[in-house]
Design a protein around this ligand. Structure first.
Ligand code: FNR
Length: 384
């Protein structure tokens, strides 16, 4: 096992071709919002208590009807097959072994039925992107429920893809075009070529199956992935509700008023997120609106989850202290996946859990559920 999430990040970078590393790591435009996510955590400092019995700590929390071994969820990320073969299955197994939910992306490279088979007892959630042809989303929701999924994350911050300059710099397109530059990129990363390249280009399996596409799957699925329904509106939550019997969380909320709207429209919670800084560059870090959002809408029947920039167990403690029910992990498990394959995501989750456990003991807070703002020093000045 490596020492920390950053060590997995470095190993992932060395292993991946430039185009795949760019897709995993890259933010939109100048990466300001991505950096801001990290800066927001760095700007917070702890106020630990001493002489508290921390011989045993309880890290378990309950979120959206699920019990989490510690306040983290393995979040949805598309195209995981760029890093390892059968990546979603690996992530689902790792999350399940760690006692955490795994959120399967609409843009996954494995079929949700295969992921379910890989983690038969896992707490699997579905992330939904809504395409112009609503039958695709309806089919995906039906399949997910048949797979025993109970919680849906409706991602609402991606009517279009943010401008990611590194796509042009590395020659990344969907579907992949084998230009000399891309071929050289791949050939100069032989470990990746053996682990992933020999299986061919990963396909957007879930989208394709729900759209009934069976031939020329790669080109059509890629085309579909660009046909987001840009008309999606608050009133469509009723349509989601009609097709989804379980919990619905709105992912990608970036202002307090929108969290209130989500609640008014019957959502069970929100994920405060700037999509890991991959969408609107210049957006705030969600950590900056967390406390205010929790004040406004958070209570035990409405979960406020947060993501972006979580790389340490202490980051999780900071988010929970400010009122988050849990954090979503985006890149962190992917660094593990790329670096080490099957064992990587499990190791990353083990490290984050151990760091969180240590942090609780050093804070003098033996129960994760009892973290609150009193464990944080008040921010001075204008904040991050
Ligand atoms: C994402 N994210 C994302 N979100 C989503 O709702 N559906 C998706 O398919 C994807 N795809 C995706 C791919 C990759 C490579 C990354 C890094 C991220 C966003 C993700 O769920 C989450 O919001 C951020 O990743 C959180 O930030 P950190 O933890 O990566 O800093």
């Amino acid at each position: 096992m490596r020492a920390s999430v950053v060590d997995y990040r470095d190993a992932a970078r060395a292993y991946l071709p430039r185009f795949a590393w760019g897709y995993l790591e890259g933010g939109a435009e100048d990466w300001r919002s991505m950096q801001r996510n990290r800066d927001a955590y760095a700007a917070l400092s702890f106020l630990p208590r001493v002489l508290i019995d921390v011989s045993a700590v309880d890290t378990v929390v309950n979120v959206a009807g699920s019990s989490l071994a510690f306040p983290a969820i393995v979040g949805p990320t598309g195209l995981n097959g760029l890093y390892r073969h059968r990546a979603e299955e690996t992530l689902a197994r790792a999350a399940t072994a760690a006692g955490l939910p795994f959120v399967l992306s609409t843009a996954s490279n494995s079929l949700m039925e295969d992921v379910r088979n890989a983690a038969p007892t896992g707490d699997l959630w579905l992330q939904l992107y809504v395409q112009q042809d609503r039958r695709i989303a309806e089919s995906m929701m039906a399949r997910a429920q048949a797979c025993g999924m109970h919680t849906l994350l409706l991602t609402v911050d991606t009517p279009v893809t943010g401008k990611r300059d590194h796509y042009a710099r590395t020659g990344f397109t969907l579907p992949l075009k084998w230009t000399p530059r891309l071929l050289w990129d791949v050939i100069s990363h032989p470990r990746w070529l053996m682990a992933v390249g020999r299986h061919g280009v990963p396909q957007l399996a879930n989208l394709a199956r729900s759209a009934g596409v069976s031939e020329n799957i790669e080109a059509q699925a890629a085309a579909m992935s660009r046909q987001m329904d840009t008309r999606l509106a608050w009133s469509d939550l009723a349509w989601v509700r009609k097709h989804w019997k379980g919990r619905v969380l709105v992912k990608g909320v970036q202002r307090v008023a929108d969290a209130e709207l989500a609640k008014q429209h019957g959502a069970d919670g929100v994920v405060l997120s700037n999509h890991g800084g991959r969408q609107l560059d210049g957006a705030l870090s969600p950590l900056e609106i967390l406390a205010q959002t929790v004040d406004s809408v958070g209570h035990k029947h409405f979960d406020v989850i947060i993501d972006g920039g979580v790389r340490r167990g202490s980051d999780i403690a900071k988010a929970v202290s400010l009122g988050a029910s849990a954090v979503l992990l985006g890149r962190a498990p992917l660094y593990g996946l790329a670096a080490d394959g099957e064992s990587g995501p499990a190791d990353v989750l083990t490290i984050l859990r151990a760091e969180f456990d240590t942090c609780l003991r050093l804070l003098g807070c033996p129960r994760a559920a009892e973290l609150d703002a009193s464990y944080l020093a008040p921010l001075t000045g204008a904040g991050p």
